[in-house]
Ligand binder design. Structure first.
Ligand SMILES: Cc1cc2nc3c(=O)[nH]c(=O)nc-3n(C[C@H](O)[C@H](O)[C@H](O)COP(=O)(O)OP(=O)(O)OC[C@H]3O[C@@H](n4cnc5c(N)ncnc54)[C@H](O)[C@@H]3O)c2cc1C
Length: 408
């Protein structure tokens, strides 16, 4: 352990970002403390729980059976007029997780590598040295008397809340336009074919969509995301104040299966759907995962991206300890730069797709769905827009202006 410190690294947050960071850093022999304010890791669940298989494989992890509810074999996308495209592919798999067990499993992997995890432990205040550089945290366990812990490197993996990240000086506050406000039920019974179902329409879910994610035992996560500016009555005229829960209830009433189903779980939440923050590192600290707005802006999915960022940032931390250099420069070189070169452009393309989709009217959306095929949809999902866009523009040239950005 570094001299005069309690730990080498303190990580705030035991979600996918923090636990993956801790697994790699502790595996390299560093003394890592992860604190999480929750009494139990992964609980309560506030997530659709969908994740792409390829991302987990990239992590080199073998997902235990207890960590997922059901595998996914494809997707069904439904237009405002009800027309759907279904896409199944042996190479496009993922899972609907059980985050209660999944998040705990990721933390256990970190603990097995030597990290220490403390639940029900909240970071209250960032501590700084005489040069104003972070060197510790004031924390409280179970609401008891706060105490200080020191480390030369502090990592914020706090998710949406990001209190400590803001004290570090990171610009984590979201504009309403850059969040979706969400509501979700776990429901039963719902018979499905292990497909993700996504429903679009400006009346159904303004600036968002409804999802049905299949779970085992005839269950499903049924949720909605609505643009934060819409839900909060910003600008969009007739759509002002469209709240996610009533809109989701309306959708459920109109669904032949769900209108008869029970709810097993009920929760609301906010997800980030904008661009990542402008910097991921400063002297003596880094920010990873959803705290850094590292999410897929199409749907706000951030589990796999958080895991990936955790691993990359841990690589940078290992370098920092080798060189005894905790400057912004070393974290930027080994974490932020490779992230922006690899993951950044992929997410930027997804953000562009979101912006395009927001400009498309329901009528245009219906037209697009009646023009493209399941193979086109697969190409879009893989980030190849040129073929499908050419097809749509060929039949409705006025969409060229809106869709042009996707092929540029
Ligand atoms: C309604 C909804 C549906 C979603 N559906 C999906 C989905 O289907 N697929 C997907 O990939 N993503 C989904 N997401 C997003 C996903 O949940 C996050 O992107 C993911 O959990 C990010 O991981 P993380 O480790 O960065 O943060 P988190 O998982 O949020 O973990 C942060 C941790 O930090 C802890 N913490 C925060 N502040 C402090 C503090 N001061 N002291 C101590 N601990 C602290 C929290 O308790 C928490 O455990 C959804 C989100 C919502 C709200």
């Amino acid at each position: 352990m570094a001299k005069d410190f309690d730990h080498d690294i303190i990580v705030v947050g035991g979600g996918p970002a923090g636990s993956c960071f801790a697994r790699i850093a502790a595996g390299a022999g560093l003394d890592v403390l992860v604190i999480d304010k929750r009494k139990e890791i992964g609980v309560p669940v506030r997530c659709g729980e969908g994740v792409n298989e390829t991302e987990i494989i990239k992590e080199g992890l073998d997902l235990p059976r207890s960590c997922y509810s059901t595998p996914i074999v494809g997707a069904k996308i439904v237009a405002p007029n009800g027309k759907s495209i279904t896409w199944k592919d042996k190479d496009t798999k993922g899972w609907i997780l059980e985050r209660k067990t999944f998040d705990k499993w990721l933390c256990e992997l970190a603990v097995e590598k030597g990290a220490t995890l403390k639940t029900y432990t909240r970071a209250l205040q960032l501590l700084k040295d005489e040069k104003e550089k972070p060197n510790g945290l004031t924390i409280s366990h179970g609401g008891r008397e706060p105490f200080d812990l020191h480390a030369p490197l502090i990592v914020s993996a706090e998710g949406m809340e990001s209190l400590i990240a803001r004290q570090m000086g990171f610009k984590t506050v979201h504009a309403l336009y850059d969040v979706d406000t969400c509501y979700e039920y776990e429901m039963k019974p719902y018979d499905h074919e292990n497909l993700i179902e996504l429903y679009f329409g400006n009346a159904l879910a303004p600036r968002g969509y409804v999802w049905i994610f299949p779970k085992a035992d005839r269950k499903a996560n049924v949720g909605i995301g609505v643009g934060g500016n819409v839900a909060n009555g910003d600008k969009l005229g007739a759509l002002k104040g469209a709240q996610p829960k009533p809109l989701l209830d309306q959708f459920i009433k109109g669904n032949e299966q769900l209108k008869e189903s029970s709810t097993l779980l009920d929760f609301g939440g906010v997800i980030s759907v904008g661009a990542p923050i402008n910097e991921f590192a400063k002297d003596n600290c880094m920010i990873i995962g959803t705290a850094a707005k590292q999410v897929d802006p199409i749907h706000g999915g951030g589990i796999a991206i958080a895991m990936e960022a955790g691993v990359m940032a841990a690589g940078a931390a290992i370098k920092a300890f080798e060189k005894k250099d905790f400057s912004k420069a070393i974290f930027t070189e080994h974490y932020e730069k490779p992230w922006r070169e690899n993951t950044g452009p992929r997410l930027a393309k997804r953000l562009m797709l979101r912006k395009v989709m927001e400009k498309v009217s329901d009528d245009d959306m219906n037209h697009i769905f009646s023009t493209i095929t399941d193979q086109d949809l697969q190409q879009i999902m893989n980030g190849n827009f040129a073929g499908p866009v050419a097809k749509v523009v060929g039949t409705r040239p006025q969409l060229l202006g809106v869709l042009r950005g996707l092929i540029g």
